[in-house]
Design a protein. Structure first.
Length: 138
């Protein structure tokens, strides 16, 4: 069972994502956060396998969370949800420590795939994005 914390400053996004993820037999949402501080507290206390976080929310942001989680050595893997398809955002998130980057316009199947890939310690970016060349080699 892959345990998940969802962080997004929009309640409807959190609830909708929770409902969709919990339809998958191997995924379990163990917490929700409305901002980065709540998300970090849940990661510290719940130690989920995966943190699915919005890139832009009250601090710390999704990118900052990925960096903090990596620096503190927490086992949780980070999947970033974003409306930004520009490569600098993808590079920033993956360089900070995120293993997944999924566009909010992508289908839920890409979120599920990103979660499963991150749980297996593999990187994933949703189409139409491609893994930046300088990240592939890291």
């Amino acid at each position: 069972m892959i345990t998940i914390v969802i962080a997004d400053d929009h309640k409807v996004v959190r609830q909708g994502l929770r409902n969709l993820l919990e339809m998958e037999p191997d995924l379990k949402v163990v917490g929700e956060a409305a901002n980065g501080s709540e998300a970090l507290a849940l990661v510290e206390n719940q130690r989920p396998d995966i943190l699915v976080t919005d890139i832009s929310m009250p601090p710390p942001t999704g990118i900052e969370l990925a960096k903090i989680i990596r620096q503190k050595g927490y086992p949780s893997k980070v999947v970033v949800l974003s409306m930004h398809a520009d490569e600098p955002f993808v590079v920033s998130a993956l360089t900070a420590g995120a293993l997944g980057y999924v566009l909010k316009e992508a289908g839920v199947e890409y979120v599920v795939t990103a979660i499963r890939e991150a749980a297996a310690n593999r990187r994933f970016v949703s189409p139409p994005l491609v893994m930046p060349d300088d990240i592939k080699t890291r």
